[in-house]
Each structure stands twice: as C-alpha cells, then as structure tokens.
Design a protein around this ligand. Structure first.
Ligand code: GGG
Length: 358
C-alpha cells in the first residue's frame, strides 16, 4: 500500500529536524519495503506569512485533505509574527478542520537519558497524556469591548461539549485497556472552575461504567503537576482538557530529561481526515541556525505516523533504533547538547537512520 505524506517543516528548528524525520522514514521504508511518497509544503510558516500576509493559502484544505498523513515540524517566530496569529493560522486550523480531536503524547524515560528527577530509571516513567484537541480552553469564542480605554473588557469562553468530552475519554479508556496497568487519571480543576470542569468529571464517571477493569483516578491539575514530578511512576494514561493536556505534555517529557525527544500525534481516530504528527517542542528560535536541535522528537513522531498508517512493525523498529542510539550515550553516539553530547542535528539523525537500517 502506498502513502502520500504531506511534509510541513514550518518555522525555526522545524526546518532542521524535519529532514532527519524524513531520512528516518526513508530508512524504515527501505527496510520494511514501504511505498512512501512525500509532498513538501512551504505554508504554515512565518516565512509564508511574510510573503503572503497570511499563514496559509485559501485552498489549504484541498491541498492537504487528500493526503494520508501530515508530518509537521514546528510553528512560531514571535519576533516576526505574533504567536496567536501563527498558531491560529496553521496548526490549530489543521486540528479543527481535520477533526484531530485526540492529541496523544507519550512520556517515556528512554535508556541513556538522565531524568532530572532524582533516582528515576527507565521503566519508572512510561505514560501517555491524552489531550482533548479541538475545543475546551482553546476556543476562539469571546471578544474585546471598549478597546484601549480604562473600561476595556476581555472575555474568552471555554467550550466543552458532551460529544467532545466523550469521544476523547473513550479514546483514553480504550488506550488504558491495552496497557498492563489499566490505569486512567483524569485532570480537572473542579473546585475552582465550577461549571465546565465538574461536567468533565461527570462524563468520566459515566464513561467509567463501561470500563469496569480500569482503575480511575481524578486529580486537580495543581496537585497533579506536583505528582508528575514527585511520583511519575503513578501514571499510565492521563486524560485532560486542551489547555491542561498541553501543560502536562510539556511537563511530562521534561521529567524524562529533555522535551527534545518527545513526540505527538494529532489523531482523527475514525480516519475520515489525515492525522498530523509533530514533535512536542516548538520552533526554538533561541537555538535555530546552530544545527544542534535534537531531531528525536521528529523521528519518534514519524514512528507514531507509521504505526497509525498500519505499519506497526516499522514504527516499533524506529523506536528501538532511537533507544539503541540513546543507550550508547554521548561517548559513543553523536547525541545533541540537550542530551549531554556534542553531536549535531544531522549527525544524530544519521545515526538513528543507520540504526533503523540495521
Ligand atoms: N511542534 C509543536 C509546535 O510547533 N508547537 C507550537 C505551539 O505553541 N503549540 C501549541 C499547541 O500545541 O497547542
């Protein structure tokens, strides 16, 4: 079966890690005899915005809608285009238009990486954050009144729907069923946010009735973040609203040593639209141009993409290759500076591609 993959490097280090993601995919395609073709798009970037006054062409849905998957780098160059314009003009449009209502983000301490949390070894941190990805706090409902005066009023609503909550909870419960510990943690803030969050809690209780084998925990987001740091081994599948999930899925990978390795999948589980795969990290303007960005988040996202496209063995082989290279340590592999090494983006990408072929 052939797959046509849209490649969108986006901004900043997205342009540096993307070639390594593609190189890794080509290595996997060669080894597993996969027929992958790549179509590169220059839009969804601040460069494109500077040339055209907008982040994407009017027909972007038509250009991307027929693709089998979207492989994305990063977006945002705040010194050139305000972040809310670049994000709302690209990534958030994809998530909504292609109904990618699940954002799946693994948090796993990999061999060879030192966690900043004392005494933690691989196996101690291995969980998923499942983030609701199309509504919640990331609504564009609201507005400003009396702009620029002392009476200025700014309102932005949180939008939670029964359909939106239930479908992401179902994905999270189903995922928990596939895991040995069968544990699900839900994050809210129902004591302070007194309408939407208790509703989310109610839906969790309702959904749990259909999954008697799942051990369900509920936490307020504040103490949950503390427990991510103090007891990361407690967690297995963590499900949260759009904003809380975004925060947890930066904190989780940070506990695993570096956000540079963390992957994510923006999934339309029904397969009606292309799903999108991107590293958790952003465009990192502070290191852009130095050639030291860690490409592993991009490569691991490619592995999730292959698994999503049905090539589970190829995806697993890519993750094993990443693990072998990381386990070799900075003395024996060209790990990037965030991993304690002196390697460049392309040296590390090449090492992983070679390990995939082996
Ligand atoms: N590759 C991830 C990326 O570019 N992130 C930019 C960002 O700010 N994302 C916010 C979000 O995921 O909601």
């Amino acid at each position: 079966m052939s797959h046509n993959i849209a490649v969108i490097p986006g901004d900043g280090i997205g342009n540096e890690v993307m070639p390594e993601g593609v190189r890794a995919l080509e290595a996997a395609a060669h080894r597993f005899n996969l027929d992958l073709s790549f179509s590169e798009f220059e839009f969804a970037s601040c460069d494109y915005h500077e040339r055209h006054g907008k982040m994407m062409p009017d027909d972007w849905r038509d250009q991307l809608g027929g693709m089998d998957a979207i492989f994305f780098g990063a977006v945002g160059m705040p010194e050139r285009v305000p972040d809310h314009i670049s994000l709302w003009g690209s990534l958030l449009q994809f998530r909504r238009a292609f109904d990618q209502y699940v954002n799946l983000r693994p948090c796993k301490l990999m061999p060879g990486i030192k966690s900043p949390l004392a005494g933690r070894a691989p196996g101690d941190i291995d969980f998923y954050v499942v983030r609701e990805n199309t509504e919640g706090e990331y609504s564009s409902v609201g507005g400003r009144m009396f702009e620029g005066t002392d009476r200025e009023v700014v309102i932005q609503d949180t939008v939670m729907t029964r359909t939106g909550i239930d479908r992401v909870l179902k994905f999270a419960f189903d995922l928990a069923m596939t895991r040995p510990r069968k544990k699900l943690t839900s994050a809210t803030k129902s004591n302070g946010i007194s309408i939407t969050m208790p509703y989310w809690d109610e839906r969790v209780v309702e959904m749990a009735k259909g999954y008697p084998d799942i051990n369900v925990d509920k936490f307020h987001i504040d103490i949950l973040t503390a427990n991510f740091v103090l007891h990361p081994d407690w967690f297995d599948v963590v499900v949260a609203s759009n904003l809380f999930g975004d925060i947890l899925s930066d904190l989780g990978p940070a506990c695993t040593g570096t956000i540079g390795v963390a992957p994510s999948a923006n999934i339309n589980p029904e397969g009606h639209f292309p799903s999108l795969f991107e590293p958790v990290h952003g465009s990192a303007p502070d290191i852009f141009g130095k050639g030291i960005a860690n490409p592993i988040g991009q490569i691991w996202s490619a592995a999730m993409m292959l698994e999503h496209l049905g090539h589970v063995d190829a995806g697993k082989a890519m993750v094993e290759a990443i693990e072998r290279v990381l386990a070799a340590g900075p003395e024996n592999a060209p790990l990037t500076p965030d991993l304690g090494g002196k390697g460049t983006t392309s040296e590390l990408g090449e090492a992983v591609a070679e390990a995939i072929k082996a």
